[in-house]
Design a protein around this ligand. Structure first.
Ligand code: IPE
Ligand code: IPE
Ligand code: MG
Length: 240
């Protein structure tokens, strides 16, 4: 019981270090991204085994669009390939697949595939696997504020609704609406920053940084992060 209560409901991972992993082996960056997909599979399976309910992954940021066209293209192709390959195992293991981000920037074929995969897995109850694609924290807050302002201008959000809006009310406008804030955010590869990730949602997340590069981050590393999380004392500003 005690053990279980220390399992985070939502684990989020900033998957970093694919390029360096490939470089260490004298290979192209793409090779690291491809190997990173194996880590996604390993961590997803381990999350299910451990009873984590939400696993979210930062796969491609709004800023990553500025990478060389070749790399962007290969990352998008990898996403397509991974979705097609993994769909049967999502269905078999009760995994609900969700993509969040500025999807207007993704190409039509990829968007259609994402919609199909989300629809087919919508009844998955064991784990929600959320992939952040073309996402940034500031984009998310901006789109929420913009939507609210437009509702106000159109009169669909009344003055009282806006005056009484609290943090929970605003959260409903975020792209992550309905998903609990991450309890634990892991970043691999030794970088200790959020890189414009879940800026609103990370308010009380526990942060875990490891030097391990994403393609090397498997079950053992995932479990180590959960063990570290179990030792943390979350106070939320209160005195305990
Ligand atoms: C993370 O690995 C994957 C994405 C950001 C898409 P990187 O590609 O950032 O790898 P490094 O940081 O250059 O090693
Ligand atoms: C963060 O990694 C984005 C993702 C993991 C998708 P980056 O490699 O893009 O971040 P920076 O540039 O080191 O901050
Ligand atoms: Mg990086």
């Amino acid at each position: 019981m005690e053990e279980n209560s220390k399992i985070p409901v939502h684990v989020s991972i900033i998957m970093d270090g694919n390029g360096r992993w490939a470089k260490e082996r004298g290979k192209e960056r793409f090779y690291g991204h491809a190997e990173g997909v194996e880590s996604v599979r390993a961590c997803t399976e381990e999350a299910v085994r451990k009873g984590v309910r939400y696993l979210s992954l930062f796969a491609f940021s709004e800023e990553n669009w500025s990478r060389p066209g070749e790399e962007v293209k290969s990352l998008m192709e990898l996403m397509v390939k991974a979705m097609v390959n993994e769909l049967p195992s999502f269905l078999k293991n009760g995994i609900r697949f969700i993509v969040i981000g500025n999807r207007e920037r993704l190409d039509g074929g990829l968007n259609a595939l994402i919609d199909d995969c989300m629809k087919k897995t919508e009844n998955g109850r064991n784990l929600s696997l959320i992939v952040f694609m073309s996402y940034s924290g500031r984009w998310d807050i901006l789109q929420a504020a913009r939507r609210l302002a437009l509702e106000a201008a159109a009169g669909t959000a009344g003055e009282q609704h806006i005056r009484e809006m609290d943090a929970d009310g605003f959260s409903r406008y975020l792209a992550t609406s309905g998903i609990p804030d991450p309890d634990l955010i892991i970043r691999t590869s030794g970088e200790q920053r959020l890189s414009n990730y879940l800026l609103w949602q990370c308010a009380y997340s526990e942060l875990y940084f490891t030097d391990v590069l994403w393609p090397d981050f498997r079950e053992k590393e995932f479990d180590a992060a959960l063990s570290e999380y179990a030792k943390r004392d979350r106070r939320y500003g209160k005195v305990k």
